[in-house]
Design a protein around this ligand. Structure first.
Ligand code: FAD
Ligand code: UDP
Length: 768
C-alpha cells in the first residue's frame, strides 16, 4: 500500500505536522502502509519547456515529488499538466493507494485517482488565510464528501468540522519531547544569536499575517533592555512591515535540528499571535515544544493554547500589550527559578505522554479499519485495559488516551457505559436512571471544568421530602420540618437550635450513625427520620454503622430545603450517558460491552490494567468477601403528568418496604404527558452498590489494599475498587489524581532511565 500525501507545505519548509506524521507512517510499524510519496505544489521555471518531476528522499521510505512546470500556464493547463505528471508517476506504483490531503486544492488534479482510503488531515481553517483562493471552500466540500477519514490538528478545528463528516477525529499536534529537551542542556549559542544580550524572549515559526506585529513592537518598546529573537521565515507579509527595533532580531528560517540550540539560549518563549479569524483554529504545537525546551511561555489567548495549556504555571496567557509585557515579566522571574522548580515538573508531567508515534499509530489504525484489514487475525494490543465504564473507568480511559496518547480498551460486564450513573430513555421516551437517582453536586471547580469538556449543564438544585405517615416534610431536617411536625412557629435559627438542643442527648464519643444523629436532634427525630430508613437501606441498625453514613445528611436550623449545599449542583444537559459517550469518543479508545474481565483477560494483549470493579473480586475473595449493600430498582411509567412535587420522596417508615421514590422529570426538566418513577428496595444480594462502612470491613479492605500495593501493574480506582462510599464527583477527583500520579511515575521512570527528558528532570526527581 502506497501513501500519497498531497501537501501545500514543502517538505523542506519548517518541519511540522506533515513531516512528523509522514516520517512515522513511513516507518510502517503495522505493516500495512508501504512507502510515502510526498507530492508538493509545482515550481515554475522559465527555462523549462515540458513538465518534469524532481524527486528526493528526505527520510527513510519517504520520497518527495516536486513538479516543475513551464512558466505562464493558465490554471486549467496547470491542472492538466499536474494530472498527467501524477498519472505517469502512479503507473510505477504497485498495489492500492491511500490518498492523504493537507490541502483540498490538490483535489483539482487528483480527484480521479482510485484509492482504498482517502484522508483529509485538516491543520487549519485554510480559507481564513490571506490570499486563500476562492475555490478553496468548494474544493473542501468536495474533499469532505469523498474522504473516508477527517483528522483535525486541534480541538477547536474538530468542533468546527465534526458535523461535516461522519468520521472526524481530533489529533492535536504532538511533540518530540526528546528533540526539544536538548535545549535544556545546550552549551553553545548559535553564532547569530550569541551577541544578543539577555534576557532573551524568543519565537520560532513562520512569521506571517498571524503574527501580532503591533504587540511585538509594543513589547520591544516597553522593555528596551530585552532582546526579542524572531526565528523563522517571513512569508506573505512584506519584510518592511515588520517592526524594526534595535532590540528585535530577525534571524530568518532555521532547520528543525537547529531549533533546540536557539531555544536553549532564551529565557522565555513567545506566542505573540494576533487573535483573529486566521488564528482561531491554530493548534498549539509550539507550546509543548517550548515547554519541552524547559522554557516558560507567554501567549496571546489562542483558544487551543488556553484549553490545553492555560492551567499550567509555565504558561502565561495575556490579551493586551500591557498584560503581555507584565506576563513576560512574570515568566522571566519564573525562568530564573531552579531547574527543579514546580512549574517545570508540572509541565513535564503534561508532556510525558505525548509523542508523534502515538498520533501516527492511532491514525494508522483508523486507515486499517477503512481498508478492511483483517484485524481479527492479529491479537489486539492495548497500552491499558480498563475494567469498568463508570466514572472511574471512563475518566481514566479519557485521560490515558486524550492526554497520554495511550491505546485503551474499556470493558464492562454491563451492556452499557456509564456504570451506575447510566441513564436512558424508557419506552415512554422519558430520560430515567437505571440505577436510581444520580444528582451531580460538587465544590470542586476543577472537577466541573474537567467534566464540562464533555457536557453542558442544566442547573438543578435537589429537594427531598420525607413522607412521615402521609405528611410530607423537608429532608434534611430544617426549621420547616420541625414546625410542621411539632406544630410550632419557630422563626429564627436560634429558636430552632434551642429546640434541637432541648431534644439532643449527649453522646460521647460519637462513633456510630445513631450517635451522630441522636447527639444533634435527639431520639425522637432520629427514630422518625433515620432509624427505619437506615435499617431498611443497610439491613442493620444505625448503631452498627460508622458515623460517616448518616453524617452525609446535615441538620439545619434555617429554612434551606436543598438536599445539598455544594457550590455547583447540576445535571448533564443531555444526560450522563451522553456525557460518557463524549468522554470515550476518541480514536485511541475501544469499548467492549457485555464482557467480564475474566472472559477477555486472556484474549487481549495489554501492558497495564485499571480495575474499577470490587477489589475483593479481583483478588478472588482470598481474605473473604467484602460486604456490599445492593438495591432492586422497580421502574414504572404512570399515565399522569406528575406523581409528586419533588424529584425524591423518602419513606423512612419500616412499614413501607422501599426507601424512596424518584420522579425523573424533576431532575431533567423534560416535558411529557406521562411520568416515570423508580422505587428502591434495599437488598442483601445483587449488584454491589454500597460499600458498608464498619470498622471490621475497613480492616478487611486494608488487607486487600496491601495486596493492591504489592501489585503495582494494576491501578485500582473507583467506589468499588477502593471500597469508599464516594459520590460521583469524588470518584472523578480520585481518577484524575490517580492519572496524575501515573504520569508522574512514568515520567520519573523515563527520566531516571535517561530516555526522555534529560538532566533537568533527573535533577528534579533527585531533589524530591
Ligand atoms: P461504577 O459506576 O459502579 O462502575 C463500575 C463498573 O465496573 C460497573 O459498570 C460494573 O459493571 C463494571 N465492572 C465491575 N467489575 C467488572 C468486571 N469484572 N468485568 C467487567 N466490568 C466490571 N453519586 C452522586 O454524586 N450523586 C448521587 O445522587 C448519587 N446517587 C446514587 C444513587 C445510587 C442508588 C447509587 C448506587 C449510587 C449513587 N451515587 C451518587 C454514587 C455514584 O453512583 C458513584 O459514585 C459512581 O457511579 C461510582 O463510579 P465508579 O466508576 O467507581 O463505579
Ligand atoms: N438517611 C436516613 N433517612 C433519610 C435519608 C438518609 O436515614 O431520609 C440515612 C441513610 O442511612 C442513608 C444515609 O443517611 O443511607 C445517607 O443518605 P444519602 O441521601 O446521602 O444516601 P445516598 O442515597 O446518596 O447514598
Amino acid at each position: 500500500m502506497t501513501l500519497m500525501c498531497f501537501s501545500h507545505l514543502r517538505w523542506d519548509f519548517v518541519f511540522q505536522r506533515p513531516q512528523h506524521i509522514m516520517s512515522m507512517l513511513a516507518q510502517n510499524h503495522h505493516g500495512s502502509l508501504g512507502p510515502v510519496i510526498f507530492w508538493e505544489e509545482p515550481k515554475f521555471d522559465a527555462a523549462l519547456s515540458v513538465p518534469q518531476i524532481e524527486k528526493y528522499a528526505p527520510a527513510s521510505n519517504v520520497t518527495v515529488y516536486v513538479p516543475h512546470l513551464p512558466e505562464g500556464l493558465d490554471a486549467p493547463t496547470v491542472d492538466q499538466a499536474l494530472r498527467a505528471l501524477l498519472d505517469e508517476q502512479l503507473r510505477t506504483v504497485s498495489g492500492p493507494l491511500v490518498r492523504w490531503y493537507y490541502t483540498p486544492m490538490m483535489l483539482s488534479f487528483s480527484r480521479h485517482v482510485d484509492a482504498a482510503c482517502t484522508v483529509y488531515d485538516c491543520m487549519d481553517e485554510l480559507s481564513n488565510f490571506r490570499f486563500a483562493p476562492p475555490e478553496l471552500v468548494a474544493l473542501e466540500a468536495e474533499l469532505l464528501a469523498c474522504a473516508d477519514l477527517v483528522f483535525t490538528g486541534g480541538y477547536s478545528l474538530y468542533e468546527a468540522k465534526r458535523t461535516l463528516h461522519a468520521s472526524v477525529h481530533a489529533f492535536p499536534s504532538s511533540v518530540d519531547v526528546a528533540h526539544f529537551a536538548k535545549a535544556r542542556t545546550t552549551a553553545s549559542d548559535p553564532q547569530d544569536q550569541a551577541a544578543l544580550p539577555h534576557p532573551r524572549l524568543g519565537f520560532y515559526g513562520v512569521i506571517d499575517e498571524r503574527m501580532d506585529l503591533g504587540l511585538l513592537a509594543a513589547l520591544a518598546d516597553a522593555r528596551p533592555q530585552w532582546s526579542i529573537v524572531m526565528v523563522g521565515p517571513v512569508v506573505k507579509i512584506a519584510p518592511a512591515d515588520l517592526p524594526q527595533r534595535s532590540n528585535i532580531a530577525y534571524l530568518g528560517g532555521k532547520s528543525y535540528d537547529e531549533l533546540p540550540a536557539y531555544a536553549g539560549g532564551w529565557d522565555v518563549a513567545l506566542m505573540p499571535f494576533a487573535i483573529n479569524a486566521s488564528t482561531q483554529f491554530i493548534s498549539p504545537t509550539k507550546t509543548p515544544e517550548y515547554l519541552a525546551a524547559g522554557l516558560p511561555v507567554v501567549s496571546t489567548p489562542i483558544t487551543d493554547v488556553v484549553r490545553h495549556y492555560g492551567d499550567l504555571d509555565a504558561v502565561e496567557i495575556a490579551g493586551t500589550a500591557e498584560e503581555f509585557v507584565a506576563a513576560c515579566d512574570a515568566a522571566l522571574s519564573r525562568s530564573r527559578e531552579p531547574a527543579f522548580a514546580g512549574w517545570r515538573k508540572q509541565a513535564d508531567a503534561v508532556l510525558a505522554g505525548q509523542s508523534w508515534q502515538a498520533v501516527a499509530s492511532a491514525m494508522h489504525d483508523l486507515i486499517d479499519e477503512v481498508i478492511g484489514k483483517d484485524r481479527s487475525a492479529a491479537r489486539p494490543y492495548y497500552d491499558y485495559l480498563v475494567v469498568g465504564a463508570g466514572f472511574a473507568g471512563s475518566v481514566m480511559a479519557e485521560r490515558l488516551a486524550r492526554d497520554g496518547g495511550k491505546r485503551v480498551l474499556v470493558i464492562d460486564r454491563r451492556d452499557h457505559i456509564g456504570g451506575n450513573a447510566y441513564d436512558h430513555r424508557d419506552e415512554a421516551g422519558i430520560l430515567v436512571h437505571r440505577y436510581g437517582p444520580h444528582i451531580f453536586h460538587t465544590n470542586s471547580r476543577d472537577i466541573v471544568d474537567y467534566l464540562s469538556n464533555f457536557t453542558d449543564w442544566r442547573y438543578y438544585e435537589h429537594r427531598v421530602l420525607a413522607d412521615i405517615d402521609g405528611v410530607r416534610v423537608p429532608m434534611p431536617i430544617n426549621r420547616t420540618t420541625i414546625n410542621c411536625l411539632y406544630d410550632l412557629e419557630l422563626s429564627t435559627d436560634e429558636e430552632a437550635a434551642a429546640f434541637l438542643a432541648s431534644r439532643a442527648e449527649p453522646v460521647e464519643p460519637v462513633v456510630t450513625s445513631a450517635d451522630v444523629v441522636i447527639s444533634k436532634v435527639g431520639r425522637e427525630l432520629y427514630e422518625t427520620f433515620f432509624r427505619g430508613y437506615t435499617r431498611k437501606q443497610w439491613g442493620m441498625d444505625p448503631s452498627e454503622l460508622d458515623k460517616s453514613v448518616t453524617s452525609r445528611v446535615p441538620t439545619r436550623t434555617d429554612t434551606d430545603d436543598r438536599y445539598f449545599t455544594d457550590t455547583f449542583q447540576a445535571m448533564p444537559a443531555d444526560g450522563f450517558t451522553a456525557m460518557f459517550n463524549a468522554m470515550l469518543d476518541h480514536p485511541l479508545i475501544d469499548v467492549m460491552l457485555g464482557v467480564d474481565f475474566a472472559d477477555v483477560v486472556d484474549d487481549v494483549d495489554f501492558d497495564r490494567l485499571v480495575f474499577t470493579g470490587p477489589i475483593d473480586e479481583y483478588f478472588g475473595h482470598r481474605f473473604g468477601k467484602l460486604p456490599y449493600r445492593s438495591l432492586e430498582f422497580v421502574h414504572e411509567t404512570l399515565d399522569q403528568e406528575w406523581l409528586q412535587p419533588v424529584a425524591v420522596v423518602n419513606y423512612p417508615s419500616e412499614a413501607v418496604p422501599y426507601t424512596r421514590i424518584t420522579e425523573y422529570k424533576h431532575l431533567t426538566g423534560q416535558v411529557a404527558a406521562q411520568t416515570s418513577i423508580t422505587y428502591e428496595y434495599p437488598r442483601a444480594e445483587g449488584d454491589p452498590y454500597y460499600p458498608v462502612p464498619r470498622p471490621e470491613n475497613e480492616a478487611l479492605f486494608k488487607r486487600y489494599e496491601a495486596l493492591a500495593r504489592a501489585t503495582p501493574e494494576v491501578v485500582f480506582v473507583g467506589r468499588l475498587a477502593t471500597y469508599r462510599y464516594y459520590n460521583m464527583d469524588q470518584v472523578v477527583g480520585q481518577a484524575l489524581a490517580t492519572y496524575r500520579r501515573l504520569v508522574a511515575k512514568d515520567m520519573a521512570e523515563a527520566a531516571l532511565s535517561g530516555h526522555r527528558l534529560g538532566e533537568t528532570v533527573k535533577t528534579a526527581i533527585a531533589a524530591e
